[in-house]
Ligand binder design. Sequence first.
Ligand SMILES: Nc1nc2c(ncn2[C@@H]2O[C@H](COP(=O)(O)OP(=O)(O)OP(=O)(O)O)[C@@H](O)[C@H]2O)c(=O)[nH]1
Ligand SMILES: [Mg+2]
Ligand SMILES: [Zn+2]
Length: 362
Amino acid sequence: MGTVVWRWMCAVTDVLSLYGWNQRWQERFGALCAKGNCVGQPGRVLRHDGAGLMVATSNGTVRAMFGPAVSPAPVVGDWVVLDSVPNPIATLERDSLLRRRAAGKDEREQPLVANVDLVLVVCGLDRPVRGGRIQRTVAIAVDAGAESIVVLTKADKVNPEVGAEAAQLADEAHPGIEVVTLSARGGWGIEDLLQRVGSRTVALIGESGAGKSTLVNALMKGEVAAEGEVREGDSKGRHTTTHRELHLLESGAILVDTPGIREVGIWSDTDTVDESFADIDDLSIECRFRDCAHGSEPGCAVRAAVKRGTLAAERLEAWRALQAEAAATELRADVIEQKRKARQFGRMAREAQKAKESLRER
Ligand SMILES: Nc1nc2c(ncn2[C@@H]2O[C@H](COP(=O)(O)OP(=O)(O)OP(=O)(O)O)[C@@H](O)[C@H]2O)c(=O)[nH]1
Ligand SMILES: [Mg+2]
Ligand SMILES: [Zn+2]
């Protein structure tokens, strides 16, 4: 490697390391260079909206257009290579991808944030905390190889008992999960959360009005994210945040604020669901049949645990529901893959036909 290139790379490392650039990314970038694709500079995607991308580079933050298609299409949290336009010309291989099943009829994978280490499951205490939502969010975090912490915010709005009950509910939904109760507005519990976050890349997930952006501002100790109002009566939010956006903290943590999501549809395989229900997974080792579905099979250790009272029946039900959803996703992903292959094959056949015709014309 030439000295000039090496010096430039060192400078890049200084600024970009704030955003998490390290040896691993350096190597992935280097591998692209080795293939002759090193005609640009690396940067991390801070924001993705209709107009393009905001990318943090060693020359500061730049706005990039989408340009020619890049695969995989960059999302917030991705490391990309920008050309001189600047257009993204490559996405560095990801460590992980937080994704869900898109809402509505268009049931396909929706990428949320790339290269996430930790997911904050944000629940506002001004509304009922729902165990199912916690389980679903944990399942999508597990799918991305990320850890989860439940954050019960707006503690200033309720009696301490309400907070304690909610924390217990969270623990029943996902035994052993870390729970932090705080008030973003009052500033309590913020230092504790900062300690737990460390210098990881963190995605905040929760429904509209839960208090994600207010929490981002409290953690940043300043106004960076727009905060909204909630409706009187049912505390529903107004979808104030419309884009995913990455913010850098002084502590080295990287926060990604996201728009509120009503439903956390899971887009993962059945093994991932098993992994996120570790208690059931552990018990199932003792089931007589290795492929026990914990239904009516004889010698089922999981059902025995429910009978004994050491496993909550609701937890088994939740596992069953998410298993069914993951199985449907596997099928759907399969269908999408088959369609993609059919399209590819169709294109190849058309190209072959064209080549044949042009030969004939000659
Ligand atoms: N009292 C109190 N209110 C809070 C707290 N955190 C958020 N709020 C209020 O809750 C409302 C919604 O907060 P946001 O931070 O905009 O919620 P969000 O989760 O970002 O919502 P979307 O962007 O719509 O997804 C605002 O009126 C906030 O002021 C808190 O700790 N205490
Ligand atoms: Mg918001
Ligand atoms: Zn069983």
